[in-house]
Design a protein around this ligand. Structure first.
Ligand code: SF4
Ligand code: SF4
Length: 159
């Protein structure tokens, strides 16, 4: 289940204004994201992702300027196959509740300057956000289940 804390009426990504604020942090990845990026860019997963085995979470690697796929013009160099979490904008994940029916909580990004301009976020837009959020939630569960229950190492899961 996807829960969104607050609706956004209108939004346009103004990455030049904010210098791509939401790409300056280490964003979470799913196995689906890692395999897609590895295949499309011909990279080994360890070149662009880190794995935290205590939290059982994959993250995008960051450098001094944030995400390693952010270019000098503040554009995403893997835009066509960017990770699921990057497709949820202008929302970000504020929590995941693991239960029989897991819940992914989303909220609008606080520091985003893009609200109030650009197109209205219509039903189609929100349907895509919910679809990508649902896939993220399922992938997140799959990573936890396969890593913990089957006692596999991350290399085996991503290889
Ligand atoms: S979504 Fe908002 S915070 Fe992120 S790059 Fe676009 S304008 Fe900046
Ligand atoms: S993958 Fe692209 S959209 Fe996602 S954080 Fe990196 S630069 Fe930003």
């Amino acid at each position: 289940m996807i829960k969104i804390s607050q609706n956004v009426e209108q939004w346009e990504c103004d990455y030049k204004d904010c210098r791509a604020t939401c790409c300056r942090r280490s964003n979470p990845l799913t196995i689906f994201d890692v395999k897609t990026i590895a295949q499309r860019r011909g990279l080994d997963w360890s070149e662009f992702a880190d794995f935290d085995d205590d939290k059982v979470r994959l993250f995008l690697k960051t450098g001094n300027n944030g995400c390693i796929f952010l270019d000098d013009d503040c554009k995403c160099s893997i835009y066509g196959f960017k990770p699921l979490v990057c497709r949820l904008l202008p929302f970000e994940i504020s929590g995941v509740v693991q239960a029989d029916e897991p819940i992914l909580h989303l909220k609008p990004i606080d520091e985003c300057p893009g609200y109030g301009s650009g197109p209205k976020l219509d039903e189609d837009f929100m349907w895509q956000v919910e679809r990508d959020a649902t896939l993220y939630l399922h992938e997140n569960q799959k990573l936890c289940r396969e890593f913990r229950d089957e006692d596999r190492d991350i290399e085996a899961l991503l290889g």
